[in-house]
Write a protein that binds this ligand. Structure first.
Ligand SMILES: Cc1cc2nc3c(=O)[nH]c(=O)nc-3n(C[C@H](O)[C@H](O)[C@H](O)COP(=O)(O)O)c2cc1C
Length: 186
């Protein structure tokens, strides 16, 4: 699959890191990251995103690179994922304000009626945030709030993160073992 991944400046760089580590092996990835997301990635993960990227095959674009192929609907992408999605980026997408490559990609996904998966991260959510999510859900976007479950008895932070990564892969119909479905060994 051809998958575009947008990383915006919300807490939760670990989700982006893990999904890229998994998908980069078998899929063609196009990754757009905002300047704030780069800073948060360094802070939360402890390495720069550019250093992380050196170990993978994905193509990386900066947040203003509107000349990149993924900025155009004519370039066929199977799925667009924004992980994590800040409230600012969510708001821009919900209002068609395509001022960055990440928001432009989401705009393209919506106009081309392609799969769009968003992982909005904030707490608490204001009515503005919730209205933006509802608007996008009604337009067909999958909203996966990174709120881990506890019925699978997580023991580590990795277990909590893996549950969410697994949920994203479920949306993509990709087999994985990030968490065990309910009823399997429980
Ligand atoms: C350490 C840090 C953590 C942040 N976490 C969040 C967050 O979880 N959710 C959010 O909506 N904004 C968060 N922000 C604020 C956004 O980064 C800010 O609104 C920024 O304009 C988002 O821009 P972008 O979506 O283009 O990356 C955080 C900022 C910093 C510095």
């Amino acid at each position: 699959m051809k998958i575009a991944i947008g990383i915006s400046g919300a807490s939760g760089s670990i989700y982006a890191k893990k999904i890229i580590e998994f998908l980069d092996k078998n899929h063609e990835l196009f990754v757009a990251i905002s300047e704030t997301a780069k800073k948060i990635f360094s802070y939360e993960i402890g390495i720069t995103f550019d250093n992380f990227a050196k170990n993978f095959n994905f193509k990386q674009f900066n947040e203003k690179d509107f000349y990149s192929p993924i900025a155009s609907g004519s370039f066929k992408i199977d799925t667009y994922i924004i992980i994590p999605c800040s409230m600012k980026t969510l708001s821009a997408i919900a209002n068609g304000y395509a001022d960055t490559l990440i928001t432009r990609c989401a705009d393209v996904a919506i106009k081309q009626k392609r799969k769009l998966i968003l992982l909005p991260r904030e707490t608490p959510f204001s009515a503005i945030h919730l209205e933006n999510m509802l608007k996008l859900a009604n337009l067909g976007a999958s909203i996966i709030v990174p709120s881990p479950a506890f019925y699978h008895k997580p023991q580590t932070i990795d277990d909590l993160v893996n549950f969410i990564v697994g949920k994203v892969l479920d949306e993509l119909d990709i087999e994985h073992e990030f968490y065990k479905p309910w009823g399997v060994n429980n």
